[in-house]
Ligand binder design. Structure first.
Ligand SMILES: [Zn+2]
Length: 340
């Protein structure tokens, strides 16, 4: 069995698919009375890896009984689209997942590129060139791969509704924020929760250019704190674990740390130019730090945008930021943004 395939429990397998530029992503396979079902599908360009993993279970895409998606990001839904009509099964998404019912490739191509986003949101500075240098030499793979851009057999499921496959029920639950279409799937028989990207070992990226939203993401984490603890959580990246409550606390902690970092920038020197402030916060800064630096920048901007909606900061015409009044402690900040 290859290192990309890990048998976690009887009837539960994790595939780990890799990319030249992005973090490795998990696909989970669960065995039901009707055959294997998958959760997420990897990158558009990792379908060879996905099919090799499936082959180790003795099936091809045409024999998979169902595919379930947590969200639309390219590392989760890309493979399903790229395999086009190779699937012979329903592919379940939350019913509001617009890109799954349109042309997925066109949807993502219409989103702003990170370079355009950077030019629109950041004041010109020497840091822009520094970031370009960090990103150079990272040759990615083309996003558009196989298929016609459609998710064949896409079926929408309402929040709170369950899909039954081979005698097993999988319930779709609301987890929007990291993606406006994010859901989680609860495997009721084994009490496992497929959590996508809501709780990761690192801060979950919040990218404005693809519609991620910090306020709804935080609300999702807080709402899930009220949920009963499942037996196992299966995240989109990193290792499966027990302890949803602990994972939620850690992710909420990352948001609190992000607020503290942003407040620190504003208190250290105004007006703030977030790109420089973020890159300067790294002790070592090389190409290996590009992805982490970019996520910290994106999340800092999401934080500043939220603070602007709460009337606490403003982005000046020169794209630098200033406070409009005193900044509250985090405990006093939360009630302000709950009403947004
Ligand atoms: Zn994601």
């Amino acid at each position: 069995m290859s290192s990309a395939v890990e048998r976690l429990e009887p009837g539960l397998v994790r595939f780990r698919l890799v990319s030249p530029t992005l973090a490795p992503v998990n696909v989970y396979a669960m065995e039901t009375g009707a055959g294997w079902v998958l959760f997420d599908s990897g990158f558009t360009y990792s379908t060879d890896q996905l099919c090799a993993c499936l082959a180790e279970l003795g099936v091809g895409p045409a024999e998979v009984a169902a595919v379930f998606y947590t969200h639309t990001h390219e590392d989760h839904m890309g493979g399903g689209v790229s395999l086009g009509d190779a699937w012979g099964c329903p592919q379940y998404v939350w019913e509001g997942t617009r890109p799954a019912f349109e042309n997925y490739y066109d949807y993502y191509d219409a989103c702003e590129s990170w370079r355009v986003w950077l030019g629109r949101r950041m004041a010109p500075s020497e840091w822009m060139e520094r970031l370009r240098q960090l990103s150079s030499g990272r040759s990615g793979k083309a996003f558009r791969q196989g298929g016609d851009g459609l998710l064949h057999g896409a079926v929408g499921v309402a929040f709170g509704e369950a899909v039954t496959v081979g005698g097993r029920r999988f319930r779709c639950e609301d987890a929007r924020g990291h993606d406006p279409f994010h859901c989680v799937w609860h495997d009721e028989a084994c009490d496992r929760l497929v959590t996508g990207d809501i709780v990761l070992g690192l801060p979950t990226p919040l990218l404005e250019r693809i519609g991620d939203n910090i306020t709804s993401y935080r609300a999702t984490l807080q709402r899930w704190q009220q949920a009963p603890e499942p037996a196992l959580i299966l995240p989109g990246h990193g290792r499966p674990s027990v302890g949803l409550g602990r994972a939620l606390e850690r992710s909420l902690g990352y948001l609190e740390a992000g607020y503290a970092l942003t407040v620190g920038f504003l208190e250290a020197a105004e007006p703030v130019e977030p790109l420089g402030a973020v890159l300067e916060s790294f002790e070592t800064l090389g190409p290996a730090q590009f992805q982490v630096a970019f996520i910290r920048l994106a999340n800092t901007m999401s934080q500043l945008d939220e603070m602007a909606l709460a009337g606490l900061v403003e982005q000046r015409e020169d794209l630098r930021w200033r406070r409009t009044g005193p900044l509250p402690a985090y405990a006093d900040y939360l009630p302000l943004v709950e009403r947004l």
